[in-house]
Design a protein around this ligand. Structure first.
Ligand code: 9D3
Length: 227
C-alpha cells in the first residue's frame, strides 16, 4: 500500500515515525509520502489560502495548490482520494478494513475553515470524519486513519492479534495485568496465575461481557453505535 498525505503542516506527521507505524514503514510494509501542498502553489508569495467569497470568519484553502498536488501525486487517478472533513461519513472499523484493501490512498487535510468546494468536487472520491467534535484541521484525523489502516497490512500485526480481535468483536477488552503479583495492596486475580487456560478464557469472556454491559450496553444490541 502507498499512502500520500497532502497537508500544509507536514511536520505534524513526525508522530508516524514512531512505534508500530514507524516500524512498519521502516520494514517496507507500506509507503507513506507526506506532501507539502505549499510546494504546488503558483502564487508568487506561496499563498495557499484566501478569504471566503460571501464573507465570514477564517480562511479557505485555495483549489489550485490542492489540484496541482493531487494531479502530481496521482496523475492517473489510481488512488482512492479521501478528504478528511467534519462533514464526512464517520469512520468505522468496517471502513478502515475496506480502505486497507486499497492499493493507493491520497489523504487531503484541510485546515482553517476548510477547502474551496471545487477542489472537493474535482479531485476527491469521499469525505471521512473521525467523530462529532471540532478539531483545527484534518491532520490528526489523517494520522488516525493511517494508524488504523496500517494495522491491517500484511506483516504489521501478528495474525493472532487480528484473529483475537475479530472473535471479541463488539465486546470491550478484559482487564490485563503484568508483574508484579502485588502492587500497592492490589493483587492479580488468582485465575490468571493458575495456568488453567480453559478457566482463564472463561474468566476473560465473563469480564468482557460484564464490562460491556456496564460501560457500553449499546454494543450488545446488534450493530454498535452510541445511543
Ligand atoms: C464553522 C463550522 N465548522 C464546522 C464544524 C468549521 C470547521 C471546523 C473545524 C471547519 C474545519 C474544521 C477542522 N476539522 C477538520 O478538518 C476535520 C475534523 C473535525 O474537526 N472533527 C472530526 N473529524 C474531522 S476530519 C477533519
Amino acid at each position: 500500500m502507498k499512502i500520500t498525505v497532502l497537508t500544509l503542516f507536514p511536520e505534524m506527521f513526525a508522530a508516524l515515525d514512531e512505534s508500530i507505524v514507524g516500524r512498519a514503514r521502516k520494514e517496507g510494509k507500506f509507503q507513506l509520502n507526506i506532501v507539502d501542498i505549499r510546494a504546488y502553489t503558483e502564487d508568487k508569495h506561496s499563498k495557499c489560502d484566501d478569504y471566503p467569497f460571501g464573507g465570514g470568519a477564517g480562511m479557505v484553502m485555495m483549489a489550485q495548490p490542492i489540484g496541482s498536488a493531487v494531479e502530481a501525486c496521482d496523475p492517473e487517478h489510481r488512488a482512492r482520494r479521501v478528504y478528511l472533513s467534519p462533514k464526512g461519513k464517520p469512520l468505522t472499523q468496517e471502513k478502515v478494513i475496506s480502505l486497507s484493501e486499497e492499493e493507493e490512498l491520497v489523504l487531503l487535510c484541510g485546515h482553517y475553515e476548510g477547502v474551496d468546494q471545487r477542489a472537493i468536487d474535482l479531485f476527491i472520491d469521499e469525505e471521512i470524519s473521525i467523530g462529532d467534535y471540532v478539531l483545527t484541521g484534518g491532520e490528526l484525523p489523517a494520522m488516525v486513519l493511517v494508524d488504523c489502516v496500517s494495522r491491517y497490512l500484511d506483516g504489521v500485526l501478528s495474525p493472532e492479534s487480528l484473529v483475537q480481535e475479530s472473535f471479541s468483536e463488539n465486546l470491550l477488552e478484559y482487564p490485563q495485568y503484568t508483574r508484579p503479583v502485588e502492587y500497592r495492596g492490589l493483587t492479580v486475580p488468582e485465575v490468571l496465575r493458575s495456568g488453567n487456560h480453559a478457566e482463564i478464557d472463561k474468566w476473560r469472556r465473563e469480564k468482557s461481557l460484564e464490562l460491556t454491559e456496564k460501560l457500553r450496553p449499546d454494543l450488545l444490541n446488534g450493530k454498535g453505535g452510541n445511543s
